[in-house]
Write a protein that binds this ligand. Structure first.
Ligand SMILES: CC(=O)SCCNC(=O)CCNC(=O)[C@H](O)C(C)(C)COP(=O)(O)OP(=O)(O)OC[C@H]1O[C@@H](n2cnc3c(N)ncnc32)[C@H](O)[C@@H]1OP(=O)(O)O
Ligand SMILES: O=C([O-])CC(=O)C(=O)O
Length: 370
């Protein structure tokens, strides 16, 4: 038995949810470029869960359900108030989502209908939890969700207490579409491993949030913004990047396990970053990002991934840096839950083997003789 480090190239599941073939990403057979230009996030979530685009009536019903389910159990809000004010935002989300299960009477109901309902509940409640956490730590009361609006609108509304600008809603909606699913990425795999023991959907999503948090995965979008802020000016870019590359340190937002010729989502985020920079009158972060890309791609051949330009997009939308990864989770919960439902529908325990590389033929030595 020989291990493949990081399971690179190993096909670990069959799925009909999303595919990456020859660098082209599709959700249920629809090219991501088509969906990014034309679909709303709620249409995409429906597509991921049901395998088909919704009719207008089905979409209206989903939006109504999302509004109905978006109110978070008061006990969970009270718990968030007890979190230390400097709690890591992904740790807060992980803890709160785990708590949501305690107040859902059908948390352990494994019927297909209950699991689909819980997928919609999680989709509705993650944005509410993130917005509540962001307000509570500023000493503000959470804002009750709006009914009849999409996830992007409702999140920005719950975050600020004001109806958001339609340009901001469309930009965030597009970012949510682009992040919704991505085949067997680390967090989705974590969710599938968890529920393949026939554990519940909340446990699967809690595992996924833990996996997304790391800077090699979803945490990279926050790390990109930290890097841009640390660099600070155009003049500092070249020495900073050169130093990192010389020291063999990673540049956040670049590289990908599957895409070697570029991430198809990055161009949409780059375009949005340029447009939002113009609208806000601050193109600095976009221009710095372009220069970093020139250097990193020029010297290492590494291309930006989905996390690179999303950092400047979210900053232009006025979103605090440490909410970038929670926003990734707000989108990806649609994909996680679709994969969890798919796993349940044809389940087998996921239990690979390890190549043993430790010592052998050891003899037990009594404690007094060691
Ligand atoms: C939503 C997402 O999860 S997208 C990914 C988000 N993560 C990041 O942006 C973090 C930065 N990127 C990385 O760490 C990696 O590219 C990953 C984790 C995304 C992919 O990792 P892997 O497929 O395991 O590639 P690995 O880390 O082995 O890199 C292969 C080589 O490219 C180099 N490399 C890969 N990414 C980078 C980077 N961002 N900066 C500098 N060098 C890099 C590695 O140092 C390594 O070089 P070596 O062969 O000389 O040792
Ligand atoms: O697929 C991956 O490894 C990471 C990624 O881009 C994603 O989860 O969107």
């Amino acid at each position: 038995m020989t291990a493949t480090k990081g399971l690179e190239g190993i096909v670990a599941a069959s799925s009909s949810i999303s595919s990456i073939i020859d660098g082209v990403l599709t959700y249920r057979g629809y090219n991501i470029d088509d969906l990014a230009e034309n679909a709303t996030f709620e249409e995409v979530a429906y597509l991921l869960w049901h395998g088909k685009l919704p009719t207008q009536a089905e979409l209206d019903q989903l939006i109504a359900q999302l509004g109905e389910y978006a109110t978070v159990a008061p006990a969970v809000i009270e718990q968030i108030k007890l979190y230390p004010k400097d709690t890591n935002s992904m740790a807060a989300l992980r803890t709160a989502v785990s708590s949501l299960a305690l107040y859902d009477e059908e948390a352990n109901d494994m019927s297909v209908e209950a699991n689909l309902r819980k997928a919609v509940k999680l989709q509705a409640q993650l944005p509410a939890v993130v917005a509540a956490f962001a307000r509570i730590r500023q000493g503000l009361e959470p804002v009750a969700p709006k009914k009849g609006v999409g996830v992007a609108h409702n999140f920005l509304y719950m975050l600020t207490g004001k109806d958001p600008d339609p340009v901001a809603v469309r930009a965030l909606d597009k970012a949510l579409v682009l992040h919704a699913d991505h085949e067997l990425n680390a967090s989705t795999f974590a969710s599938r491993v968890t529920v393949a023991t026939l554990s519940d959907i909340y446990s699967g999503v809690t595992s996924a949030i833990g996996a997304l948090k790391g800077p090699l995965h979803g945490g990279a979008n926050e790390a990109v913004m930290a890097m841009l802020e640390e660099i600070g000016t155009m003049d500092n870019i070249e020495p900073y990047i050169q130093r990192k590359l010389n020291n063999k340190e990673k540049i956040m937002g670049f590289g990908h396990r599957v895409y070697k010729n570029g991430d198809p989502r990055a161009k949409h985020l780059q375009k949005m970053s340029a447009e939002l920079g113009k609208i806000t009158g601050n193109t600095t972060w976009y221009e710095m990002s372009v220069k970093i890309e020139e250097l990193v791609t020029g010297q290492k051949g590494l291309k930006p991934n989905v996390d690179f330009y999303s950092a400047s997009v979210y900053t232009s939308l006025g979103i605090p840096r440490d909410l970038f990864t929670p926003i990734f989770a707000i989108s990806r919960v649609s994909g996680w839950t679709a994969h969890i439902l798919e796993q349940y529908s044809d389940n087998r325990l996921i239990r690979p083997r390890a190549e043993y590389v430790g010592p052998t033929n050891q003899k037990y030595v009594p404690i007094g003789s060691r």
